[in-house]
Design a protein around this ligand. Sequence first.
Ligand code: EPU
Length: 302
Amino acid sequence: MRIENSQLAAALPKLGVELLPCTSLADYTHFGIGGTADLLRIRDRQAIPELVRLLHREGIPFRLLGGGSNLLVADGDLPWVVLQLAPLASAVRIEGNTAWVDAAADLGATVTQCARANLGGMEGLIGVPGSVGGALRMNAGAYGTQIGSFVREVEIFRSARGQIETLRNDAIRFDYRHTSFDPDDMMLAVKLELLSKPFQEILQGIRICNEKRRASQPLNQKSAGCIFKNPPGASAGRMIDALGLKGFRVGDAMVSDRHANFFVNAGAATCADMLRLMDAVREKVRYAYGIELEEEVIIWKA
Ligand code: EPU
């Protein structure tokens, strides 16, 4: 969708919002897949309530993009504008055992920055791609660690009420790749409580996780990480692999030959290709195991 109202376009810079017209979301997602929309980059978090009010007034639907690492976006002209928090120059503020982190901060960089201040616990999250905001929304996790365990407070924009609020951790549920935030809540910042640990010890943990990841995941291919959630007591990757589906493809959408729960864009895959591949694999798993796989990746269907 394009912003055609010139008054609205003129109001954006005053709110600290940069308009990137007709942007290909393929350039903003790790899959390298996605159609076009106007992209609004938000520098001033406090301007979000006013920005959202203006968009509502003009009847312009919008979606919030994080780091684009766990996202499959529809092809073609997209029927919404896309909002994204512009990264801040200093995204992490450390006070004792706690770190206040801006939602646009890169998760891996945040783990490293906290480590330098001798704050650890999040080593398992080191190779999880994407922004801190996206990680919070999904309760991202790896190697037995989930971001939700460290959360003390989250600052969000509550779309339903049109205002910025701070939630304490006891008001939020963090489950496996799922949280109790409303779908249209926007993550703005988080207060994490971390463990005091010497930098070298944290670094050792980080190295171990990086090695494990390199050994099992296709890190240099365009993917959105694991495509399906692991069903209770089972492994989606192991089941898909056992069906001999590594390398199985629809167009340029392909089951990774390294890890069967990673689907990759092996060239010029479209969203339609990827969805067809997901359906085909889901069907085969349902037939063979009687298990319905649920997607882990977020899908923006037009
Ligand atoms: N396996 C196979 N073949 C494969 C892939 C895996 O046989 O092609 C087997 C492995 O040998 C292992 C089991 O399946 O015995 C589990 O595999 P792995 O250890 O790779 O973990 P996973 O359950 O597939 C989960 C998360 C990953 C996270 C890793 C490490 C989900 C859906 N996936 O993968 O998270 O990085 O554990 O903790 O929970 C993501 O969320 O996008 C993601 C990649």
